[in-house]
Structures are given as structure tokens and as C-alpha cells.
Ligand binder design. Sequence first.
Ligand SMILES: O=P(O)(O)OC[C@H]1O[C@H](O)[C@H](O)[C@@H](O)[C@@H]1O
Length: 297
Amino acid sequence: MQKPDPSGPSDLITLSSSTASVSLYLFGAHITSYTVNGQERLWMSSLAVLDGTKPIRGGVPIAFPQFADEGDLKLHGFARESLWSVGSLEPTKAVLTLAPNTASKDMWDNEFELVYTVELQDSGSLLLNMRVKNTSESSAFSFTACFHTYFLFQETNTVELSGGLGGKTYIDKCDGRKKKEQGDGPIVIPAEATRSGRDAGKEGYVDRIYTNSGQSFVFARSGVELYNVTQSPSWPDTTLYNPWLGDKQGPVIGPDFDDDGYKKMICLEPTISKENAVVLNRGEVWEGSQTIEVGDF
Ligand SMILES: O=P(O)(O)OC[C@H]1O[C@H](O)[C@H](O)[C@@H](O)[C@@H]1O
């Protein structure tokens, strides 16, 4: 492990196989890079703060025990701002763990154990898996969560997303959480952007929770596959997010988002929204994964 930023509080783990590599901070168990054949595949803001004073912008943030603002806790909960521990480390696989700490207890007083496994598979694809256990002697808890994966593209404009969101109902967070129906055709981000609600008067913004979504998704350009993404059925929902020009530098998104970042990223997030919050009784376990297989860039 190396310390990339001397002022930072956390170490960086690097995994590598013959074709792929991953960089992962203990701060937030946050993946900041995934390359295949030397090509980066995750978007990172050049303005991301890596010193542990705020969540890292880009890569794969983990939201737990609250997805977004869907509860009383801080946006996306505490997991992305906690220092995780190394459970085990192999050249192509890291297992990180998180148990209650002072900050988490202040926010959410429950007994839990998180185990996050990041693994480069033989094919070069990336497997992310989180396991949540209720370690309490007596009480149940409920949680919401997501892997907030920022996929990198040459140009968001030309990308078509098809698969598990087609024909599904979504909550449009840019339009007063109205429930809307997605058509069956591929989704092109700028064409879908909502020009009302929180970004009224600005260029488009996409922030949608597809409840009870499918599990397989393909990002393509002119019929050529760029990413093949799957999520386990234990994630009931999927979030689609691109702030476009909508207040990306305002109070909602913050100053750590590159000016042109929206042109290069789309978040496709396996999600447990509050509509489908998971309840774990004493000793029970929930487990969810996302797998990313890359094609052309
Ligand atoms: O700016 P962040 O705290 O990283 O959150 C970024 C975004 O995460 C999710 O995609 C939510 O649906 C959005 O409403 C939120 O704005």
C-alpha cells in the first residue's frame, strides 16, 4: 500500500492482473481507478478532494446506511467518509471491513458489520460485492444504500443505455419525485434530461430512481458495446444520474465537480431506495453486487 497524498488520512490499495488494475482508498472504501488494457474506465473529477475531509468525487462511492437524502441522516450516510480496515489482500482481490465507530454511532446507533470485496476477475471485469450483517444481540435495523459508480465515456452525448431500465417506472428527482414511465427504447442522457424542478431554467439534469428495475444494462455507441453491467437481484432499484449543467457547481453538487465533467460521466447505481428499504433482524445478512465488463472505449 502507498500513501498518495501525504496530507491524507488513508492508504491506497492497488490491485492488478495481466490486463486490468484497480485503485482503492481505505477512506470510504472508495475505488478511484479501474483500468483495462491501460484505458481508464471510471470517471474522476480533477477537482476531487483526496485528503479525507470530504467524500471523493468520482470513482465508486458507497452510500450506506442511507441512499442519497432519503432519510434523516447525512447525504449518502457515513460509509463513504469512514476509514475502512483491510480484511485481506491478494494481488487481484481486496476485502475491506467497516464496524461501528464514534462517527457512525452518533449518526446511526446500530450494531453492524460491512464487508466489501473488490475483485478483478480473469476476464478483466470488476466485481464489487457488499455484505451487511446485523451484529446486534437484539434489535433489527433498516437501511438503504447504493454503489454510486461513475462510468467514464469519451462523450456522454453519444451513449445509448439499454436493458434493465426499459419499460420501468422511475421517480424523477428533478421533477418533484413524480413517477414516470420509461419507454422501451435506449436512453440517451441529454435527450432525457428534465428541465424543471431543481434545475429550472438550466440545461438538463438527470436524477432518477428506477424502482424494481432489471439487472442487466448495456452502454453502447452506434451499436458497439462500451460497458456491460449487471447487478444482483438483491438491489431492487437502479439510479441514473448526470447533473449536466444543473447546479453542478452550486450547493447541491458542490465545487468539486469538473466544469465539463457531465460530458464524460454517467452514474448507473445499484440502489436500495427508501421504497424498498431492507430490514435486517439480529444476525441476518444482506449481500449485493455489481459487475462491470468493459467493451470498446
Ligand atoms: O453529490 P453527492 O453527495 O455525491 O450525491 C450525488 C447524487 O447521488 C445520487 O445519484 C442521488 O440520486 C442524487 O440526488 C445526488 O445528487
